[in-house]
Design a binder for this molecule. Sequence first.
Ligand SMILES: C[S@@+](CC[C@H](N)C(=O)[O-])C[C@H]1O[C@@H](n2cnc3c(N)ncnc32)[C@H](O)[C@@H]1O
Length: 390
Amino acid sequence: MASVVVSARGEQRVRAGHPWIYRADVVDVSADGGEIVDVIGPRHRKIGSALFSDRSQISIRMLTLGDGLEGAERIEGLLRSRIEQAVRFRASLQLDATAYRLVHGEADLLPSLVVDRYGDYLAIQALSQGMDRLLPAITLIVVDLLHPKGVLARNDPKVRALEGLPQSVDVLHGEIPDSIVVREGPVEYDVDLRKGQKTGLFLDQRENREAAARYARGRLLDCFSYNGGFALRLARTCPEAEALDISADAVDRIRANAVRNGVPHLQAREVNVFDELRRLERAGARYDTIVLDPPAFAKNKASIPNAIAGYKEINLRAMRLLNPGGYLITCSCSYNVNEEMFASIIHDASVDSHTPVTMVEKRMQGRDHPVLIGVSETFYLKCFILRRVE
Ligand SMILES: C[S@@+](CC[C@H](N)C(=O)[O-])C[C@H]1O[C@@H](n2cnc3c(N)ncnc32)[C@H](O)[C@@H]1O
């Protein structure tokens, strides 16, 4: 059996419930990248079994603790039972949607694996060398369990490069049409599984879109709208609605989705939100509901200062555009800016814009993207619903 010896610090981390061991805590390696390895502690005791990567900073991703896992049959049995459990959990949530996450990596004890359902189709991401090797077995399991019409590997995220893996999009089973219609509550989306951002939609925001709908009213501005996520849901109760995105393709989709969903008053503009918020402020525009859902500004620790400045700028400007009694739904999906930091940015923006706001709801990613306690990396999405005090 391939094996990796780790330091006392590496062992401690795993015993404290974290599935990763970094390269700096690897002492000795008798394995190739992508293999399932025995993880051995400094006192020659087996800690458990893991996926090994010889390229990434994350060398070890634990699969089991103790002696449990040996041989091909065992790994396939483990994958099947964990995928089954993940699928059962999503079914138990009774989500009012035909698109949602079925497997959320570490939180489903399937580190670096993502499986999203889009109606009759599945999109899969294998984000480590080990999971990449297991992809044929995983495909057989999901086809057997879920009978999808097609399975697409969306293996194009940049993190695959850190693992020395190619970035590609491949049909693994059946057929994948150019466009798939899915439903989220009352909203229908036309999704391009091959080219859409993430695996096609920002599924993690589904419940925040639903929550925002409870407050939305009056004049709406949805910033960083992608294909209309928040705007399509909120335009139903907002007689005036504008959606902004920098991507021409996204803006085309917002327009098509607005027609499909019977909200033709939703106007989409292809603009840079930073410039547009400034322009709107100069023009004296005012809104009753504003959404800020930018991309992750802090992709790593080095970019935190710039990210903080970016979040503060858009929040400050949005607060200035908000009518008294209006709502600001503000999000950050940067894991490196945690909830406390984000709350502090919002505080600074409120002080500097002289806009008193109350926190009405403090939210996170949807329940189909659960957080594994003790693994802070799995809590990445913050969504605050704020109200400007009248
Ligand atoms: C997190 S996604 C938004 C998801 C969307 N709110 C939803 O619910 O589906 C961020 C979006 O911001 C857009 N974007 C990135 N930088 C931008 C900028 N400076 N101005 C406008 N849009 C931008 C991206 O094209 C992407 O569609």
